[in-house]
Write a protein that binds this ligand. Structure first.
Ligand code: ADP
Length: 475
């Protein structure tokens, strides 16, 4: 089975969220599971510099308005055969999708239409390898299914994965002629979304199958406002929507070997973990002797992530004896509010505004609790890393968080999961955390439960293979 896996991010070269991690880990797992897989990526500089054995398949003098565009084939580390749409005019920029001020690049509709077209025309330029399935992710790949539908003759099947339905790639209908989508496709059952062209919607409308990254999120996006306006549309396709939980890269995220973890440890040597907590407290300018559970946040700070709920609950959390460290960036009012809190309680709360991969690893290895009160969470990776590192996740019961964290009130608990969508519900769960923390031996039991579960990609990869097989069988 030949699969062309298309993505606009790949860790460690380009990553704005979970998609980058998934693109780095799922394809190798699929290859291991027997799929003949190749990648298609945009020619961002860091990807290009890591591409080896490069050959040019075709040069386009002008491609979607950009000059000097080439389709390249090469290999990325891990021996991944990779096609690249090399288009400096599109990719040679500081941000993948947005500029320094967080504004969408004005030519995003061209950039990602070009990328999708390269995916669907690839078979014309590499005659030796024709995909059976083209698998794309998110709105950036949304035009792949309609472009395939527009082709005559035999063509590959398409699978679209939603990593986050909140990002839909919406553009005015005036762009239609320039991206080669005919008016007949601009309908409510097609690419139209409230008088805009929706790239994600177009992908969902014409894909042979839709996946998302957890079974609960798959249900939520059809039944609730978590569908961001697409819920009724998705409900009409419910027999072709599947939720598959993401795995994690268990080589990168392994507390026994992680170069960013000062004191290595595993589930059998949990006591060693305490040294990481000490050095972490020091890194955050808190006393290494600080008592009480150390809560940590590693996240984008946006409305979706729900950290305003945590902020409201902070007085209670501090009163119970907890401490907080935060690494993240995003909404300015939230950044400011947490920074203000750290100034008010300088020996209990410490905040780093920014993105720091190394520090994130150290935090997972030293914090007691990782907080994720998300309003919606397609899958979430941070709670999976947390459990693997023996930091117990404290999550809101939604999406992938509901599917992966077993709450303290159940057998085999691996963390804490509260229901409800307000700060009161979050606060009401706090005593359970402190009680567990203060019960000798019990906390370690929970950590062991969490650390010994299987978080790898082998099982998710097998589920994708079964899905591909099903899609290929369907008429
Ligand atoms: P999302 O993709 O919605 O941002 P996920 O939990 O799926 O959330 O993935 C977030 C990824 O980004 C994780 O790998 C996490 O460790 C990383 N991350 C988020 N914020 C930061 C940060 N400030 N510094 C370092 N890593 C971060």
């Amino acid at each position: 089975m030949r699969v062309l896996f298309c993505s606009t991010e790949i860790y460690p070269y380009v990553k704005t969220g979970g998609l980058g991690d998934v693109t780095a880990a799922l394809p190798p797992a699929l290859i291991k599971a027997g799929v003949d897989l190749r990648l298609l990526l945009p020619g961002f500089e860091k990807i290009l510099t890591n591409l080896k054995n490069v050959e040019t398949l075709v040069e386009f003098p002008v491609y979607f308005g950009a000059e000097g565009v080439r389709l390249l084939k090469g290999t990325l580390p891990g021996n991944l055969t990779t096609y690249i749409l090399d288009a400096p005019a599109f990719w040679d920029r500081t941000g993948a999708y947005v500029d320094q001020d967080g504004k969408d690049w004005p030519d995003n509709h061209y950039r990602f239409a070009a990328f999708c077209r390269a995916a669907t025309d690839l078979a014309e330029y590499d005659r030796d390898w024709q995909p059976d399935i083209i698998h794309g992710s998110d709105w950036q790949c949304g035009l792949i299914p309609p472009y395939i539908k527009l082709k005559s003759g035999p063509h590959p099947k398409t699978v679209m994965t939603i990593h986050n339905i909140a990002y839909q790639g919406l553009f005015p209908p005036t762009i239609l002629p320039s991206i080669g989508i005919p008016g007949e496709m601009y309908t409510i059952a097609g690419a139209e979304f409230y008088d805009k062209v929706g790239y994600l919607k177009a992908g969902l409308a014409y894909a042979d199958h839709i996946t998302t990254v957890s079974p609960t999120y798959a249900r939520e996006i059809q039944d609730t406002d978590q569908g961001c306006g697409l819920q009724d549309f998705l409900k009409t396709k419910s027999d072709r929507i599947t939720g598959i939980i993401n795995g994690i890269d268990t080589d990168v995220w392994n507390p026994k070997t992680d170069p960013d973890v000062p004191q290595k440890y595993d589930a059998k040597h949990l006591k060693d973990r305490a040294k990481n907590k000490k050095s972490l407290l020091e890194k955050f300018n808190l006393s290494p002797e600080t008592k009480g559970p150390l809560f940590a946040v590693i996240s984008r700070l946006g409305y979706q992530k729900g950290f305003d709920l945590l902020l409201s609950a902070m007085p209670h959390l501090l009163e119970l004896g907890g401490n907080l460290i935060l690494l993240g960036s995003g909404d300015k009012p939230l950044e400011d509010a947490f920074t203000h809190l750290s100034r008010t309680y300088p020996d209990r709360v410490s905040v780093r505004i920014g993105y720091d991969e190394t520090l994130a690893h150290h935090m997972q290895a030293g914090a007691d609790v990782i907080v994720m009160p998300s309003r919606s969470e397609p899958c979430g990776l941070v709670q999976l890393y947390a459990m693997r590192y023996g930091a117990l996740p404290f999550v809101r019961k939604t999406g992938g968080l509901a599917d992966t964290v077993i709450d303290i009130q159940n057998a085999g608990a691996t963390g804490f999961a509260f229901e409800g969508d307000d700060a009161f519900s979050l606060e009401a769960h706090l005593p359970l955390i402190f009680e567990a923390y203060n019960t000798p031996g019990f906390w370690a039991e929970l950590q062991k439960n969490a650390m010994t579960r299987d978080y790898g990609w082998d099982d998710p990869a097998r589920q994708y293979v079964r899905l591909y097989e099903r899609v290929l069988k369907e008429a």
